[in-house]
Ligand binder design. Structure first.
Ligand code: HSE
Length: 436
């Protein structure tokens, strides 16, 4: 039986989970592949951790580049970050190793050039674990859904923010309290900026969109807005109108171009996406032939991530080392990309939630609705309540019909200039998630 060697770079939470899952399931993996797949080398910088590897058939390298120059066939990179990880992936590819990575930031920012390098060197660069942790969404898009014209994708692709929004609603707390709870539970990093500002989700959306629309990975074109401005009262008002608030990554095909955006969205409260709670991920994909499909599961965590990493390792074995045709996997090597226009956020077409604080006096609503009408914005529903802190002010929430975002922005500017309006108007986007 053919022998194939894996080298693992990084032995943190994910690295050690890969080690455990591989050891546990090596027999079934080898039976399925009909090869002798062996974890032959691990690169660990922490010498104390290195001592935990008691299997003498595994070579432990403190320096990841030594591992790359060894005789391993497949390199797994799970150290994260950009700088060293990029050098490792480049060197491994140049040394004709297949590379499997969970590094969403690296793929989102440098994926285009790294995939080109992999193509030139005749090896695979695989990154299933970069999006949705254990959910095989990349495989689904590349393979199971590959005969579909993908119309749109709407995904909860960041577990930390989903946990925070769920926690706000369940514990009736504000954002900062829910964030503290997420940190305490180990969901959010000590510096959770990438999560709460939507950057992590934007990395993942750029990767998903490349597969949906046959475009290059273009993280710099993704509009990105986080959840730090969501207040408990927005969650409550949204509920009144029949919506939940979720941080969504949305990639949508329109005849004018592609929308690529990450932001908090109001979604129908009885939709499946609205009911994906806590730190779970869920990605709704609408294909022209299949219709809607929902891909749900753990978006992070050691073993779910190891599940995706090892599946990629198995694909590298199947499609290449055993003489398969690696071009079979679009989006990885040999893809022909098309040059579709990516729309600016101003060109987004959707419906909107507007919340404003106004003086409670005659004519205020007439002024506001007149401004909306002048921009051809039709109102679907409206609510007016008295804020807790003031008797002469009113809080107004308006749900609009679909319109183009630049019209909404013009209207907001004019509304904010009315002397009867206090401060700024809060805007949130609504996704109907309609299947037609
Ligand atoms: N920070 C990420 C999340 C981890 O919260 O989903 C998985 O990519």
């Amino acid at each position: 039986m053919k022998s194939i060697k894996i080298g693992l770079i990084g032995f943190g939470n994910v690295g050690s989970a890969i080690f455990d899952v591989f050891n546990r399931n090596a027999d079934l993996i080898n039976n399925r592949l009909r090869v002798n797949l062996k974890l032959a080398a691990i690169s660990i910088r922490n010498l104390d951790k290195a001592k935990l590897i008691s299997d003498k058939t595994i070579t432990v390298y403190p320096d990841p580049f030594q591992l790359i120059y060894s005789d391993v066939d497949i390199v797994i990179e799970v150290i994260g970050g950009i700088d060293i990880a990029k050098k490792i992936v480049e060197k491994a590819i140049q040394n004709k190793k297949h590379v499997v990575t969970a590094n969403k930031e690296l793929i989102a920012i440098h994926g285009k050039e790294l995939l080109q390098l992999a193509k030139e060197n005749g090896v695979l660069l695989l990154y299933e674990a970069a999006v949705g942790g254990g959910i095989p969404i990349i495989k689904s898009l590349r393979e199971g859904l590959s005969a579909n014209k993908i119309e749109w994708v709407a995904g909860i692709i960041n577990g930390t923010t989903n946990y925070i929004l769920t926690e706000m609603q369940r514990s009736r707390g504000e954002f900062s309290q829910a964030l503290q709870q997420a940190i305490k539970k180990g969901y959010a990093e000590k510096d959770p900026t990438f999560d709460i500002e939507g950057i992590d989700a934007a990395h993942k959306l750029a990767i998903i969109a490349s597969l949906c629309f046959d475009i290059d990975i273009q993280y710099d074109k993704v509009f990105c807005e986080g959840i730090a401005n969501i207040e408990l009262k927005d969650i409550d008002y949204a509920k009144k109108f029949g919506y939940a608030i979720k941080l969504l990554g949305i990639a949508k095909r329109r005849k004018e171009g592609l929308e690529l955006r990450v932001h908090p969205s109001l979604v129908p409260i009885d939709s499946m996406i609205a009911n994906i709670d806590l730190a779970m991920n869920g990605i709704l994909v609408f294909g022209d032939a299949v219709g809607p499909t929902l891909h749900y599961g753990a978006g992070a965590g050691g073993e779910p991530t190891a599940s995706s990493i090892l599946a990629d390792v198995m694909d590298a074995v199947r499609f290449n080392l055993l003489g398969g045709n690696n071009l079979i996997r679009t989006g990885s090597v040999g893809t022909s990309v098309s040059d579709k226009r990516i729309l600016l956020i101003d060109d987004t077409r959707t419906s909107y939630y507007l919340r404003m604080r106004v003086r409670d006096q005659v004519g205020v609503m007439a002024d506001v609705t007149q401004i909306l009408a002048a921009q051809f914005i039709s109102i679907e529903a409206m609510f007016q309540g008295e804020p807790l802190d003031s008797k002469d002010r009113a809080e107004v929430v308006i749900i609009t019909h679909q319109t183009i975002e630049k019209n909404i922005n013009t209207a907001i500017m004019q509304i904010e200039n009315l002397h009867v309006v206090d401060g700024s108007v809060k805007l949130l986007r609504i996704e109907s998630l309609e299947f037609s």
